[in-house]
Design a protein around this ligand. Structure first.
Ligand code: SF4
Ligand code: SF4
Length: 470
């Protein structure tokens, strides 16, 4: 047996050209075509309230202060007349859970309508696209402008676009910080170069983040950064509404003249690619459902306009479900949908009740750890505490403190304190107990705090220490 490995010439099987494949695909700029139609009008009605709400809310006053103000230094969140404290953090968790369930419900029912109609990334990107069209022209004009060498026309159009982008981004950044610092003070401070370093730094950060996200990254935020885009398809079922191309009706696609009678061997799709040109994520919906689709329905409006011109029925691309497309029975009421709806209803009612019954008073009794107990010259056992009273109400109150848990337990000295609105006050307290009534070395006691007006009260538990009893 030979100990040499035989060699064969395989060059005939080698590819004619060897090319390098870049593992990191370069982004191809998407030039979207402007389109009008029913769904774009619907998007105006969902986008504008969001924009107006975002920009106007900090300017609206509720009582004596800004309607929504997240006062981080004071650790208080003011939302439409209600003040939330760190102690209310569990309520924030409830809000987030309700929001998440609502999103699940909407996704199971109507797919990614949140992404297409109300997501801030989509709404802000639409504004930036409008500025782009305003300054650089239509899709074809923009493509031509980008390919043309630098000229006065190109320079001023590009400059105008960036000025508009930066202006809107700055407005967004300042407003965002205005939710954390009173906006009526923030803007004069920023203009007069008097604002504190953090306010300036975060305003610049959010301005740049908006400029980059809505101006440059656009659909890439949806495709690569948003976790919701990745897992939403798991929530879909065969009855979920999605933007779909009716393959049975559209194929085989093919070009033809307007109003010419439909060729018998062709479907309704005239292969004009208008649906691709309007798509903000640059996909072709005719290739089937794709995770890049944010269900903005631009392709529906585009295709409907084409169908109108051709004299065909609208809806070649439409909101429909897998079952409807396949001619199967459509189920509007599904167990999963009902489950989400019931869950949301229960949580909303429970949350509403929690808000309604919430007492804006919190009490915390802190026992002096430096001494176990002392015996005074009357033979009584004394323990020292500090009572922390958090008045979360919008009004000042005088509070009266009492203690219970041991027979004839008494407060020695002052047991009242004035607490201004939204302030924390501390009341040092000395409790006295007759040793004859102490059954244990450590007895559970309770402090009760009530406002003199009688409408606020809260309790806090602690322990009273004494000598060992026989
Ligand atoms: S817009 Fe309608 S007709 Fe034109 S390519 Fe798309 S699906 Fe076909
Ligand atoms: S495929 Fe249609 S609905 Fe989906 S993102 Fe593109 S234009 Fe919007």
């Amino acid at each position: 047996m030979s100990d040499k490995i035989p060699l064969h010439d395989v060059s005939e099987f080698a590819p004619a050209e060897v090319s390098e494949v870049d593992l990191y695909q370069k982004r191809e700029k998407i030039y979207t075509r402007k389109i009008e139609g029913f769904f774009q009008r619907v998007r105006l009605f969902t986008g504008w309230p969001l924009l107006l709400g975002y920009f106007l809310l900090p300017w609206i006053h509720w009582g004596e202060r800004q309607s929504v103000l997240f006062d981080l230094p004071a650790r208080k969140f003011h939302i439409l007349g209600l003040t939330f404290w760190p102690q209310d953090l569990s309520m924030l968790a409830w809000v987030l859970i309700i929001a998440a369930w609502s999103l699940f419900f909407v996704t199971v029912w109507a797919g990614r309508v949140w992404c297409g109609y109300t997501c801030p990334q989509t709404v802000w990107t639409s504004i930036f696209m409008w500025a782009e069209q305003f300054s650089e022209g239509t899709r074809n004009q923009r493509i031509k402008l980008d390919k043309s060498p630098l000229s006065f026309n190109k320079a001023w159009r590009k400059s105008l676009k960036h000025v508009m982008w930066m202006g809107f981004a700055a407005l967004t950044g300042v407003t965002f910080i205005g939710y954390f610092t009173p906006i009526r003070e923030l803007i004069p401070d920023l203009l007069g170069l008097q604002a504190n370093m953090w306010a300036v730094a975060f305003t610049i950060f959010f301005t740049l983040a908006t400029y980059i996200n809505a101006g440059y990254m656009r659909e890439q935020v949806c495709l690569y950064m948003c976790p919701y885009a990745r897992f939403q398809s798991v929530m879909f079922d065969a009855d979920t509404l999605t933007v779909s191309y009716d393959t049975a009706r559209g194929e085989p696609r093919g070009a033809r003249k307007r109003h010419a009678s439909k060729p018998e061997d062709k479907g309704d799709c005239i292969d004009c690619e208008l649906c691709v040109q309007v798509c903000p994520t640059g996909i072709d919906i005719r290739n089937g459902m794709q995770y890049e689709c944010i269900t903005c329905a631009l392709c529906i409006d585009a295709c409907n306009s084409v169908m109108d011109k051709m004299g065909y029925d609208k809806g070649l691309i439409r909101y429909t479900s897998e079952n409807a497309l396949n001619g199967k029975e459509v189920h509007w009421l599904r167990p999963r949908l009902i489950g989400y709806a019931v869950g949301i209803l229960v949580m909303v009612v429970a949350f509403g009740a929690r808000i309604y019954l919430r007492t804006p008073l919190e009490v915390d009794a802190i026992r002096d750890r430096n001494s176990l107990y002392t015996t005074n010259n009357m033979g009584m056992i004394e323990n020292i505490y500090t009572l922390k009273i958090i008045n979360m109400d919008d009004h000042a109150h005088r509070f009266v403190v009492s203690a219970s848990g041991i027979k004839e337990l008494a407060i020695s000295g002052n047991n009242t304190i004035e607490a201004p609105a939204g302030e924390i006050v501390e009341l040092p307290l000395r409790l006295e107990a007759d040793p004859a009534y102490l059954r244990e070395t450590s007895t559970e006691i309770e402090f009760s705090v009530s406002s003199e007006s009688g409408n606020l009260s809260a309790t806090s538990e602690s322990r009273f220490l004494g000598p060992r009893t026989m």
